[in-house]
Design a protein around this ligand. Sequence first.
Ligand SMILES: *Cc1c(COP(=O)(O)O)cnc(C)c1O
Length: 407
Amino acid sequence: MKRVYLDNNATTRMSERAVNAMLPYLKDIWGNASSVFYETGQNAERALAQMRKSVSEYLGASDANEIYFTASGCEADNWAIKGIASAYRKKGNHIITTKIEHHAVLEACAFLEKNGFEVTYLDVDSDGLVTPEQVEAAIKNSTILISIMTANNEIGTIMPIKEIADVAKKHKVIFHTDAVQAIGHMNVNVQELGVDLLSISAHKFHGPKGVGALYIRNGVRIENLIHGGGQERGKRAATENLAGIAGMTEALRQATDELDTNIEHMKTMRDRLMNGLLGKIDHIKLNGPKGDRRLCNNVNISYEFVEGESILMRLNMKGIEASSGSACASGSLDPSHVLLAIGVPHEIAHGSIRFSVSPETTSDEIDYVLEVMPNIISSLRNMSPMYEAFEEGRIVSVTEQLKSSTI
Ligand SMILES: *Cc1c(COP(=O)(O)O)cnc(C)c1O
């Protein structure tokens, strides 16, 4: 059966260009970039320098030396938060973030809380947004770092990063943003945004897994996360993953080259899916904003009276791949922290599905999902005691209540 992959916020298929860009580094240019006294190493070193320059240009950095390669988005986030906390500890111990960050940011902050730091987790509104005013109000004399994501991976909210960066600058606080979901989905330019640190991860934009980067503006001090050799200007030990970096660089080049056409296509696919589902199925709620504040490829909807995992299993049987809003991967039965933070009631947060499209997604694929989903939902509801209770008038519909309360 043909698979319809609609989980591109979780990972993406590598592009042909990215695969081909890696091959020379798996076969011919296999030297250690730190072995600069002979040709094999020099070839690797030259290639690495060129790729660093390319990445810095695509991200709008002013200097190639502001790009540090890492082994993932999680590593970039952990390094930004722990590295800044440690370097600026004498100045203060307060960090500001939001309740809807990726676990890499939230858990790094929780770790710091156990080690004498104080963290403010800002509330978000029902669309997942924080305001620059909220950030400003949370700043104290002891604030050393603000970390707020560019775009949310679950509900697609795009944060007002430039405005928050202005607030951070005004108060001389360092500002990090997790831009992992932004690359390939919107224009990302570190100087236009005015951020001090920015994380990216290759596998979220059709590059290879296990490689990312952290942009660190010149002049920002940071302690190492990984100690050892002198790679990455002494800031991040480990022999560089040249093939991975080559794949990421090419994927970033492609994402940049094709950005406008890709965004337009993804928006069309997203809206076809979103409007189709909202039109065809009752008792559901769209999570995250509508319009320009929403990531061009994300659709997240809660379906009342059903469990997300049951929907996923039925979808899988039909060849459709998506993701549920609950954190079952972490072995927890709690609904997603993001959905709870935007005020989605527990009982419907459990029935949430995220579809995320890519530049490869076709209208036929979307139409297939629109044909399959209503049947899956009604078949699961027919087995649901809650739905029976609702039909018999013994309980009220939470999604209907939400609708009437927001009108
Ligand atoms: C996927 C993701 C990460 C983690 O990136 P990895 O390379 O998988 O470690 C961090 N932040 C966000 C917003 C993500 O979507």
